[in-house]
Structure formats: C-alpha cells, structure tokens
Design a protein around this ligand. Structure first.
Ligand code: GRG
Length: 297
C-alpha cells in the first residue's frame, strides 16, 4: 500500500463513518434539535478519524462485514468526540478552538456542551448494543464491556483525572507513559480490540493486535507532544504550546525533541513487528504507523 492509497482509504472510511454519524444524530424539533446540532458540531467537524480507521482495518483482517465494523467505528468516534467536547470546557482545558472551529461550548454554551458530550457517550453504547452491530449478543456484550473499560476510570477518564491532578506537573517518564496509556492509549487500543472482537479472533491474534495498538498509541502521544512544541495553531486546529503554558510534564520535557523523536520511531518499529503474523493483509495498519509518525495535526 502506498502513502496515497492510505490517504484514500482513510478518507473513504471517514466518509462512511460520517454518513453513519449523520444518520444516528438526525435533526429534531425544539431543545432536542439544539442538542443534536451541538452533538453534530462536536462530531461532524473534520478530524482524522484515526480510531474508526483502526476499527475497520483491524476488522478487515478477519473479513468482518463492513457495516458491522462501521457501527463499532462510529460508536468509538462518538466516545472520542465526547471526550474532546468535555476536555475543551472551561472546567478542563478551556479551549476555544478544536479541529479549526469554535469548540462546542463556544458555538453553543457550557451546559449544552456538557449535554452533547453526555448524549454522545450514552448513545455510543446503544449503537454497540443493537443487533445490527453483530448478530451474536455475546459479541455485542464484549464490545460494550470493552468500550466501558477503555473509556472509564481505569481508561481514558482515569488518564484525564491524572492529567488534571496536582502531581501532573512533576510526573516521571514512567508516570507520563501510564497517564498517556490511559488517556489516549486506551481508546486507540480499543479500536483494534473491537476489530478482533467483531472478527472473533483467536487469543494470539487478539494479543498481537492489542500490542500493536498500545505501541502505536504511545507513539501517537509522543508525536502529539512534539506537535504541541513544533506545530502552529493553524496546522493543529487547536491552540499550540498548551502543555508548556500549563506547566505539564511531557515526553518532550523529559527526552528533548530529538530523544522524543527517537522514542517514537522505536515504538513504531516495535508496533510494526507485532503485525508480522498477519502478512500483507495488515499493510494498511503498517502504513498507519508511518501516518501517525508523520502527522502534522
Ligand atoms: C474529558 C473525559 C474526558 C477525557 C478527555 C482524550 C482526552 C481526554 C482529551 C483530549 C486532549 C488531547 C488533546 C489529548 C491528546 C491526544 C489526543 C486524544 C488528541 C486528539 O485526538 P486526534 O488527534 O483528534 O485523533 P482528531 O481531531 O483527529 O479526532
């Protein structure tokens, strides 16, 4: 797979997931209409759609029907978008800009942004629980339980709690790895886990995919720290240099720019090695590693 075909494939999955998200959040009358508009503002506003791509491509290793993979992908993206909406609120990062547009609380108001996030999170589980996601209820339960674990206090929300805590300012390198494995890594890992669950993969395959995703998630976060230092607000579509301004300990603070780049490259190689048993079927997942390392937003 070439770089151009990866871009094409990313755009194709993004288009399919967005079409499904549109369907899942139709217009409505009155106050619910305003809530739905806020949900759409926070979820149909660009974004790389990396997590949906990982779901679809992991599921593709096991010939899962595309429409099932897309439902799991949309559910995961709903949880990701809820986290961004809430993270941008004044009580958290207090950001005005996300994906190059005003954040949900700026375009609407704080209370509507809280509710839009709440509704996206809640409805994501409904999407997974519907029989259209998988005919076997046991598989749907595993998908629901996996997302709850990845998003909850032992996953993304737990990572966010550490990020907001006083100790965040002087975390060791190992402490930052743990924080980021939860805050960013848990949903990225779930993306691949969902593919494996939908495909009823054998334990070795599931483990290999999870290891790939955990390593990829860490590399993704190191690149995020590098972009915070080196990127511009225009490129990122969100304020640059936020971490330094908030006095946060980051990978770049501990390793320096060159050291962080080297660590991301090392993790990328390790992630690649975890895909060996999947042969050329996993080419898109291999290319995704290069995409994550080279991303500018
Ligand atoms: C508020 C419950 C709660 C959780 C917030 C994930 C998160 C936890 C906050 C996001 C803050 C942030 C910028 C984290 C760095 C890594 C990250 C998740 C970046 C955003 O993900 P991308 O780059 O975004 O995939 P797009 O816009 O492409 O979807």
């Amino acid at each position: 797979m070439t770089d151009a075909s990866l871009q094409e494939s990313l755009a194709e999955v993004a288009g399919e997931v967005e079409a499904l998200l549109e369907q899942l959040m139709p217009d409505a009358a009155g106050p619910i209409g305003r809530l739905r508009a806020a949900m759409r503002h926070g979820s149909l506003n660009g974004g790389k759609r990396l997590r949906p791509f990982l779901v679809v491509r992991s599921a593709g290793l096991f010939d899962v029907p595309r429409e099932r993979a897309l439902r799991a992908a949309a559910a995961l993206e709903m949880v990701h978008c809820y986290s961004l909406i809430h993270d941008d609120l004044p009580a958290m990062d207090d950001s005005d800009l996300r994906r190059g547009r005003p954040t949900v609380h700026k375009a609407f108001d704080d209370a509507t942004a809280v509710l839009a996030g709440d509704a996206l999170l809640t409805e994501a589980f409904g999407v997974l629980a519907e029989p259209a996601t998988h005919p076997d209820a046991a598989v749907r339960c595993r998908l629901v339980a996996g997302l709850a674990r990845a998003a909850g206090s032992e996953g993304m929300v737990g990572g966010q709690a550490i990020d907001l805590s006083a100790e965040r300012h002087d975390l060791s390198l190992a402490g930052i790895e743990r924080l980021q494995a939860l805050k960013t890594g848990a949903l990225i890992a779930y993306a691949c886990e969902a593919g494996a669950l939908l495909g009823e993969a054998v334990p070795d395959q599931r483990r290999a995919l999870l290891d790939y995703a955990r390593l990829l998630g860490l590399a993704f976060q190191i690149v995020d720290d590098l972009l915070d230092v080196e990127g511009t607000t225009e490129e990122l579509g969100k304020p640059a240099r936020q971490d330094a301004e908030l006095g946060k300990a980051t990978f770049v603070l501990h390793l320096g720019v060159e050291g962080a780049r080297e660590r991301a490259a090392q993790l990328a190689e390790e992630a690649r090695s975890r895909l060996d048993s999947f042969g050329e079927n996993a080419d898109a997942l291999r290319r995704t590693i290069d995409f994550v390392l080279a991303r500018r937003s």
